[in-house]
Design a binder for this molecule. Structure first.
Ligand code: ADP
Length: 262
């Protein structure tokens, strides 16, 4: 609380008290702290790849690396870090745009099985590199889903990318869809490391990672799930995660089904 106003109460004989207004700034303060946290996080996330790009470039420029293999390795790191910076900036802009609430998305009926097929095809190089088998399980006669197709594709891409990224080679990732009571749920289930219970409530927050170094080394930005949640909630839908450490994870989202048609 802060004291916003203070007025003495006076009578002819002198003061006999004071009235004050206390303002509850808990919420404001919380927002301010969140904002500061966010700025600190963003700065750190931008600085990390920049520092490594700078370091590797300087090493290349001072001519001490004679070995061409080392040069190639350094260039590869610089390239990867540049890609990550680019991804990070794009995702930050996406988040800012969604959060501003100013974007208007066209809502269309989406055919979930063909969307899932498209996303699997798009991620094929990653899926093969990680030696993952992705199995779509789509029921017959699933109703169409109501949403902005590009944005829902982004949601599914982020969830599937995570499942592939965090799963052990040789394992299976299943993408299921189910329709119930005018709604459609899509879930992505993996056999990866799972998420410890203490991280579960925070998993959708920007830059929250179970293992920062693992996420970074695997190319993660820490923003994927925050974007998923923002998009789904902006559609009036819900996200969910079920997971146990060591048992894999199931990430899902639920949106309205298009009325009447299939
Ligand atoms: P990142 O870019 O780091 O993957 P996300 O927002 O997509 O960021 O995910 C946040 C964190 O949640 C990840 O760093 C990882 O620790 C954890 N996570 C996300 N998906 C999975 C998954 N399928 N299995 C295990 N951990 C996951």
């Amino acid at each position: 609380f802060v004291l916003a106003h203070l007025a003495p109460l006076r009578e002819a004989g002198g003061s006999y008290g004071a009235v004050g207004v206390l303002q509850d700034i808990t919420e404001l303060r919380k927002l301010e702290l969140l904002r500061r946290d966010f700025v600190a996080n963003v700065s750190h996330e931008l600085r990390t790849p920049l520092t490594s790009i700078q370091g590797f470039l300087e090493a290349l420029m001072d001519g001490t690396i004679g070995e061409s293999q080392a040069r190639e390795r350094y260039l590869k790191v610089i390239h990867q870090e540049t890609l990550r910076l680019n991804r990070l900036i794009n995702e930050l802009l996406d988040l800012a745009q969604i959060e501003s609430g100013k974007v208007r998305w066209e809502i269309n009926p989406i055919d979930v099985p063909s969307l899932v097929g498209r996303v699997i095809l798009k991620l094929k190089p990653q899926i093969e590199r990680h030696q993952i088998t992705v199995v779509p399980e789509m029921p017959e006669g699933l109703p169409l889903m109501l949403g902005n197709e590009d944005r829902i594709e982004q949601v599914l891409t982020n969830l599937l990318e995570n499942a592939v990224r965090y799963s052990p080679p040789g394992s299976t990732v299943t993408v299921r869809a189910a329709g119930r009571e005018g709604k459609i749920t899509v879930e992505v289930a993996d056999r990866g490391p799972g998420i410890p219970p203490e991280d579960l409530p925070h998993i959708w927050e920007r830059f929250h990672r179970v293992e920062k170094s693992r996420s970074r080394s695997l190319g993660g930005t820490g923003l994927g799930l925050a974007i998923v949640r923002q998009i789904i909630e902006a559609h009036g839908g819900q996200v969910d995660v079920q997971s146990e450490a060591g048992q894999g994870s199931v990430f899902s989202f639920t949106l309205a089904a298009a009325p009447g048609e299939s």
